[in-house]
Design a protein around this ligand. Structure first.
Ligand code: AMP
Length: 402
């Protein structure tokens, strides 16, 4: 068997750790899994090797280091060759601030900077740093081979007119208050794949990328670069999401805080955890499948769907204008973008004014991991479904360091 080079890709949340062992050359993920409910009594881990799934409980309140230790000592001991062939570890890091846009080796001083950025991403960066430290413990021989890939990185090309809020400019200068954008790893992958699909150079590509998952964002890409994106200072801005409100009048929060006597934490929970699809369905569900199954019979689901589509179409229209009449494609990705023919159909039906003509047969066929064009051959512009693959981007960038 020839010597392979694998990359372990890690994506840490506050109570979860997603991992994947990827061969960046043939783009295959050989082993992947998810540790969930970390720090809770019901901590557990599941993994998949060559299509076969397994799951087990972790010790109660297992943390990220325990989860990684389980991966090295329990799972990988069954695959000693694979373990040996892991040559580096790539981490998804949510926020790189203005300093880190390119993939970076995670030295102690970089980790210090990322911890300081926790002020801008309190829910994500501390968990990311925890994941890096846990990986350094579990794989001590790879300590200098931990690479960070930043979810804000692709949006480093936003021009000031797109990233500045119309607040006193000193807030930007003193505190870094600006729009950063997120989901950059996914939007970059979609741009790269679309260029491949259209047989164009990335630097000649003009497109709109719609990442519609539990979190959702949309990006205008001009000459291969992000020029505007819907998430802002935090991932809460922009589209309607599973539990995040997306755009709301900022003065509304002041009003609600006073009227309902909400604490800062309660206000944050309101817009991040209780809004979006969950809020619009009167607390029924944040899951788009629930909307799909019930919109014909449940008025709240119908309203949620209407608001979701309205907001999305509004963003697409305004981003099309930013691309100076050079729109090569709209691409849908993420759990909803890849699977919901309903959302894609309703959006494209509203976009006839921009020269899109849906091909419903193609739209129905493009589901469950299928790539494909969903507009007709007569359509002036094309729309595609392309499943995202953030792990592959992280693995490829990380491999470029070894
Ligand atoms: P993600 O965060 O990318 O995993 O996407 C999760 C979202 O995708 C959830 O709202 C799911 O309900 C939605 N989703 C997954 N499969 C489908 C489907 N077949 N139809 C509609 N929505 C789906």
């Amino acid at each position: 068997m020839s010597e392979q080079h694998y990359i372990l890709v890690i994506n840490c949340g506050s109570s979860s750790l997603k991992f994947s062992i990827v061969n960046p050359e043939n783009e295959e993920s050989v082993l992947s899994g998810l540790a969930e409910c970390l720090l809770l009594p019901e901590a557990k881990i599941s993994w998949k090797y060559q299509g076969e799934k397994q799951q087990t409980a972790l010790p109660q309140k297992a943390n990220h280091t325990d989860a990684l230790q389980f991966i090295t000592e329990q799972i990988l001991t069954h695959f000693p060759e694979l373990k040996q062939q892991i040559k580096a570890i790539g981490h998804r890091i949510t926020h790189g601030g203005e300093k880190y846009s390119q993939p970076t080796i995670l030295t102690p001083s970089v980790l210090d900077d990322l911890s300081a950025l926790a002020e801008l991403a309190p829910l994500h960066n501390p968990a990311n740093v925890t994941g890096v430290k846990a990986a350094q413990v579990a794989f001590p021989h790879l300590k200098e081979k931990n690479v960070g890939v930043f979810d804000t990185g692709f949006h480093a090309t936003l021009p000031p007119q797109a990233y500045l809020y119309a607040l006193p400019i000193s807030y930007y200068e003193k505190y870094g208050i600006r729009r950063y954008g997120f989901h950059g790893i996914s939007h970059y992958y979609i741009a790269y794949k679309t260029a491949e699909y259209l047989d164009k150079r990335l630097e000649d590509l003009n497109m709109i990328s719609c990442h519609l998952g539990n979190g959702a964002s949309i990006t205008a890409i001009k000459n291969g670069q992000s020029i505007d994106t819907s998430m802002g200072f935090t991932p809460c801005e922009g589209l309607v999401m599973g539990t995040r409100s997306g755009d709301v009048d900022p003065a509304l929060l002041i009003y609600l805080k006073q009227k309902l006597n909400l604490s800062t934490q309660e206000t944050s929970d309101l817009i991040n955890k209780q809004s979006g699809l969950l809020g619009l369905t009167n607390g029924s569900s944040s899951d788009f499948r629930y909307i799909t199954e019930n919109y014909a019979k449940d008025k709240y689901c119908q309203i949620a769907l209407d608001v979701y589509i309205h907001r999305l179409v509004k963003y697409i229209g305004s981003y099309a204008v930013l691309l100076d009449n050079k729109l090569d494609a709209i691409v849908f990705t993420g759990g909803i973008g890849e699977n919901s023919e309903l959302v894609r159909r309703l959006v494209l039906e509203k976009l006839t004014i921009l020269g899109f003509e849906l091909d419903q047969e193609r739209n129905l066929a493009a589901r469950f991991g299928q790539n494909g064009k969903i507009t007709s051959d007569q359509s002036q512009h094309s729309a595609y479904v392309i499943p995202t693959n953030e792990e592959l981007v992280i693995a490829k960038y990380t491999a470029s360091f070894i």
